[in-house]
Design a protein around this ligand. Structure first.
Ligand code: MN
Length: 238
């Protein structure tokens, strides 16, 4: 009965499977996935399909799922006169933006699914939460993809907007809570200025950042919350 946290898998299916093996993930354990399963790496939809088959995973949305859902909902629409008349002009910009953020691999795999599977994948991702709060060994944790953008001391979690939770980078130099930890991904720890161990899990001021750069083919990290043990798998060239 262990609790694991992983984030920013970004299409690295092989590294993801190796990680499950490495942590000896069983049906009694729980895996929290803090978003950005999609895009960049070669097999993002394969990871989604695997997660869909497991009852003991909890997925949160990242900015990549947020971008993908907007675009996939549009791309799956039938070409009818009505749908074209109701076309939102912003959708073109949304699709371009998603493209610039590495949508190719997601789209390539998505296209190979039949209509029913496509609908199932979209509806699975629509159910992703934006944050979770968990309690472990006397400590409180907030799990979220990017962080708490525009943080204010007395702001409740439900008051944060989607963009504040999935896009905006928190200030790691500032402790947001004295009695709680915020675990997030989104920012590869390679690019955090004050990080003494770039590319490995970053701990500072009650922030824990677990994106170790799988999105650019570097390293996938997983944290066991029961023991705070860190697990790493190197991504292979794809
Ligand atoms: Mn992200």
């Amino acid at each position: 009965m262990r609790t694991f946290i992983i984030s920013d898998i970004h299409g690295q299916y092989d590294a993801y499977m190796k990680m499950l093996e490495k942590i000896d993930f069983s049906e009694e354990d729980t895996l929290y996935v803090l978003g950005d399963i999609l895009d960049r790496g070669p097999r993002p939809i394969s990871i989604v399909l695997d997660l869909m088959s497991r009852p003991n995973v909890v997925c949160l949305a990242g900015n990549h799922e947020y971008m993908a859902l907007t675009c996939l909902r549009f791309l799956m629409k039938e070409v009818t006169k009505e749908n074209l008349e109701r076309l939102d002009p912003d959708i073109v910009l949304d699709i371009l933006n998603w493209q610039q953020n590495g949508s190719d691999t997601t789209l390539a795999e998505f296209r190979k699914l039949d209509k029913e599977q496509q609908k199932a994948v979209v509806s699975f991702m629509e159910d992703f939460e934006l944050y979770e709060e968990i309690h472990m060994n006397g400590k409180d944790y907030i799990l979220v993809h990017a962080g708490l953008g525009n943080f204010r001391q007395n702001k409740e979690l439900w008051e944060y907007g989607i963009e504040e939770l999935v896009w905006e980078r928190p200030n790691y130099e500032k402790a947001y809570f004295s009695d709680k930890y915020v675990i997030a991904g989104h920012t590869p720890t390679q690019v955090i200025q004050s990080n003494p161990n770039p590319g490995y899990i970053f701990h500072k001021n009650n922030h824990i950042v677990i994106d170790c750069g799988a999105g650019f083919g570097e390293r996938l990290a997983c944290l066991c919350l029961d023991t705070m043990e860190e697990f790493y798998v190197e991504c292979e060239e794809s």
